[in-house]
Design a protein around this ligand. Structure first.
Ligand code: FAD
Ligand code: NAP
Length: 339
């Protein structure tokens, strides 16, 4: 394990901001991680664990240490007649994993194709798309516990998964370094077709009973047509979370805005489509110097080139203020803003 000083992380954050980390290292062995953490403790450095950098807003200078967990491997631990438990290193690429499982005839994650980032970050915000969440196929994980200074196994219940949320993003933020994740997958394919965009796309292709490959391909095609690729336009996907409001608040909004896009959740609350609110407030396609709002999806903020976190957060703040004054709904930023 070797620290790199003043490491350039421009290529390691999907906004493509020019970012320098004071000290940076990559680890894929537990003794390397322990050595790195000794240095972190000794020097009192603040610590950021970095995956693919696709859900982060990083400042120009990152103080202290940044560690990338590079653990690899996709190993079948249990292979029953109709299900399997597969253990995956935190450093594996998420989208590659989804494709690999498909080739292995193991189903459940097709709707989560093409989400950027690494496997180790997937539990952090319990990634979700098109009606499926990572927690639907989650078995357990192994993480380094910074408090007890050793590896621990955490079950789904212990991870406290919620809607784009978990223990790692909330009450125990910064405590665990995820090392490997175990998924429980099915050899029997049961498509999840609850999202209109996906259903319509398959119908347009004349597909009534899609195979897992067809769902995977449909998700990839839709995403490529709607979302900017970070390799071309810097972004972190959805910039704001979809706000969840009470039924009473939803009904009062619905009286004023008949076309409001909202979905009732299992607990009886209403999830409002943040993209619709931002679009209605007039921000879609708005450019503010080097940053802006993507012209095909108002929920995505972009770096036009040469932007930084200061400009981006200033724009985000104006957007959330205007949405709040129009709809009385407060928007919350989804990616982690660091430091
Ligand atoms: P990073 O951005 O590097 O880190 C994210 C957080 O996880 C940070 O707090 C970091 O400290 C922590 N972290 C990373 N690795 C570890 C680890 N090993 N142990 C502990 N903590 C760790 N998200 C969705 O949920 N659904 C989507 O459909 C979706 N679509 C997207 C589309 C685009 C174009 C982009 C750019 C982003 C999208 N995202 C989506 C957001 C993002 O891809 C996911 O949140 C992804 O899981 C982040 O992975 P990462 O490796 O890039 O994490
Ligand atoms: P979309 O399909 O146009 O839908 C707009 C919003 O309505 C989404 O936010 C979605 O909520 C919600 N929605 C649509 N149909 C729903 C249903 N049947 N039940 C419950 N909620 C429904 O969204 P999109 O922007 O093209 O994105 C497609 C999917 O990819 C979404 O699931 C989205 O979350 C995911 N995505 C996430 C990110 C990210 O960075 N987090 C980036 C891009 C895409 P949900 O967001 O809760 O699904």
């Amino acid at each position: 394990m070797q620290w790199q000083n003043n490491a350039d992380l421009t290529a390691q954050n999907s906004f493509g901001f020019s970012v320098t980390a004071e000290h940076y290292c990559k680890v894929d062995q537990i003794d390397q991680l322990e050595d790195a953490l000794k240095d972190v403790e000794e020097h009192g450095w603040p610590l950021l664990v970095l995956g693919g950098g696709s859900n982060l807003v990083l400042s120009e200078k990152i103080p202290g240490a940044v560690i990338s967990v590079m653990t690899q491997g996709v190993n079948v631990l249990v292979d029953d007649e109709d299900s399997a438990i597969v253990e995956v290193g935190a450093g594996e690429n998420w989208h590659d994993l989804v494709g690999q499982l498909l080739q292995m005839g193991l189903h459940g994650l097709e709707n989560l194709a093409l989400i950027p980032g690494n496997v180790g970050a997937a539990p952090v915000q319990n990634i979700g798309a098109y009606g499926v969440e990572m927690s639907d196929c989650f078995h357990s994980l192994t993480a380094y516990d910074m408090q007890t200074k050793g590896l621990v196994q955490l079950s789904a219940e212990e991870c406290r998964f919620g809607y784009r949320d978990s223990l790692f993003k909330s009450i125990e933020k910064g405590r665990y370094i995820i090392w490997s994740v175990r998924f429980c997958l099915s050899s029997i394919f049961k498509p999840v077709l609850t999202y209109r965009g996906l259903v319509d796309y398959l119908a347009e292709q004349g597909i009534n009973q899609p195979s897992s490959h067809q769902v995977y391909k449909a998700v990839c095609d839709i995403r490529m047509s709607k979302l900017p690729s970070p390799a071309i336009i810097g972004n972190a996907g959805s910039f704001f979370e979809n706000p969840v409001v009470s039924e009473a608040d939803f009904l009062s909004l619905k009286l004023r805005y008949q076309n409001i896009v909202a979905f009732k959740d299992r607990a009886g609350f209403y999830k409002l489509a943040a993209g619709w609110l931002i679009d209605q407030a007039g921000w879609k396609g708005h450019i503010a110097g080097s940053v802006g709002v993507y012209d095909q999806q108002a929920l995505v903020l972009i770096n036009k080139g040469g932007g930084d976190s200061v400009a981006l957060l200033a724009l985000a703040s104006k957007i959330s203020d205007s949405v709040e004054s129009a709809f009385g709904v407060k928007l919350k930023i989804e990616p982690r803003v660091y430091p």
